[in-house]
Write a protein that binds this ligand. Structure first.
Ligand code: SF4
Length: 437
């Protein structure tokens, strides 16, 4: 039987989807992509924007027309009824039961033997012991890098966000469990592990934050493994964490959800830092690593954002020379304080600002790429196409690998140097010296 796990949204969702796919594979299911026919679909949804929700509805409707489709994730959590109405084959799995999906495949095998169809099998299953940290994949069907979930939930309440409503309060996996899962991934041959969570910098085990975890974890991992952090909220980046980022195994890539370059807007939407504080953190990230890839999220058209506030944002981005921007036009989310804001920015203005930032992002990425030509780096090999291997560098650049070793394999870490920027492909050439020693 075939299963397809389709994912929308953040890296945490991707991590959880990988664990779900892995649990099906262990029970003899074939994990397939969305283009192939599956006997059962899992759609892991996101509620960050109305666009993400729209896409979830479209995919669920499409999949449910041919097979039983389990809808889970943040959107499914906050709009269960809406998704149920998308088709007879749709079963909504709320977040508190999402981890049940990890045991579902085993149950389905038995229920099919007992004469039930897949839908009856899904409806008849529940696992009272499931926890938000059960997502522990040992093999990854959709990625060549391993994802390790170490945190869930968030105690902040940013006025535009309903992820914290869907996911609940912050909770963390304890140190020893993180170490044992990371070691298992290393033993399974992964050379890069991404640590993920809803708000990773809110990681806390017995008063030890993310820096404390890295102090505990890094000495236990071999020199061959690299760690990447999914994203870092600025309000919890402390000295201890900054110190640990200097370790050569920490990848020089940081993703910061900045959202606005205007103190007025940041304060209005409940963000817990000022632009001056953020600038100091960015300086220190640059001190921890040589020319790291600094990605940032920005929302355009937050309620009350004036032309002047937007210009402050534009100026801040240009001054800071981020490497790439993720731009989200503001999308009012039900149940959040900004849903009914009276000072809404017209959609045309919001979208025009988003276009300006996206165009700025293209220029910033190109500038960053050009600065890397000739520099040494490490790359994780990802896929082979048209006679070439492609991969991802430690500083998060897509590369086309020239002179790949004959024994190359997906997930292998190689070293070498950046060649030309391949403008049309948006990638860089990478001249490989061989596997990392
Ligand atoms: S930090 Fe803010 S935006 Fe991020 S999950 Fe928490 S409440 Fe949502």
């Amino acid at each position: 039987m075939n299963v397809c796990v389709y994912t929308l949204g953040c890296r945490l969702n991707q991590c959880e989807s990988e664990a779900i796919a892995d649990s099906f594979a262990k029970q003899g299911f074939t994990v397939v992509g969305e283009q192939e026919k599956a006997d059962i679909y899992v759609v892991n949804t996101c509620t960050v924007t109305s666009k993400a929700e729209q896409k979830a509805r479209r995919m669920i409707r499409k999949f449910a027309a041919t097979a039983v489709t389990l809808a889970t994730g943040c959107y499914a959590q906050v709009n269960e009824e809406e998704l149920k109405e998308l088709g007879e084959n749709v079963i909504v799995v709320p977040l508190e039961k999402k981890a049940h999906l990890l045991k579902l495949a085993e149950h389905l095998k038995a229920s099919v033997v007992a004469g039930m169809d897949l839908k009856q099998g899904c409806l008849s299953f529940s696992d009272g012991r499931a926890s938000v940290f059960d997502y522990d994949a040992a093999s990854f069907s959709y990625h060549s890098r391993a994802y390790l979930k170490i945190q869930d939930g968030c105690d902040n309440s940013c006025a535009y966000c309903r992820v914290h409503i869907a996911r609940g309060m912050a909770i963390s996996l304890d140190h020893e469990e993180v170490v044992s899962r990371a070691l298992a991934l290393e033993q399974a041959g992964f050379q890069e592990i991404m640590l993920t969570g809803v708000n990773l910098t809110m990681y806390d085990h017995q008063g030890q934050g993310l820096g404390g975890l890295l102090e505990h974890l890094l000495p236990r991992l071999s020199d061959k493994v690299r760690l990447r952090l999914s994203s870092l909220e600025p309000d919890h980046i402390d000295d201890r964490l900054l110190e640990m980022l200097k370790d050569r195994r920490m990848q020089p890539h940081f993703h910061i959800p900045v959202q606005s370059g205007s103190d007025h807007i940041l304060q209005k939407v409940g963000r817990k830092y000022t632009i001056a504080e953020l600038s100091r953190i960015l300086d220190r990230l640059r001190m921890a690593k040589d020319d790291p890839f600094l990605a940032a999220d920005f929302i355009t058209g937050l309620p009350g954002e004036t032309e002047e506030n937007f210009e402050e944002t534009h100026r801040f981005i240009t001054e800071q020379q981020f490497s790439s921007l993720h731009v989200f036009p503001f999308s009012p989310r039900p149940d959040t304080p900004l849903f009914k804001a009276s000072d809404r920015v017209p959609e045309s203005v919001r979208d025009e600002r988003a276009l300006r930032l996206r165009s700025l992002s293209t220029d910033l990425l190109h500038t960053y790429q050009k600065r890397q030509v000739g520099k040494e780096a490490e790359v994780i090999m990802q896929k082979r196409k048209g006679g070439y291997w492609y991969g991802l560098s430690g500083n998060y650049l897509d590369v086309k690998i020239l002179s790949a070793p004959p024994f190359a394999r997906e997930g292998m870490l190689i070293s070498g140097s950046f060649g030309h920027v391949l403008g049309q492909e948006g990638k860089m050439e990478f001249l490989c010296n061989g596997p990392t020693a």
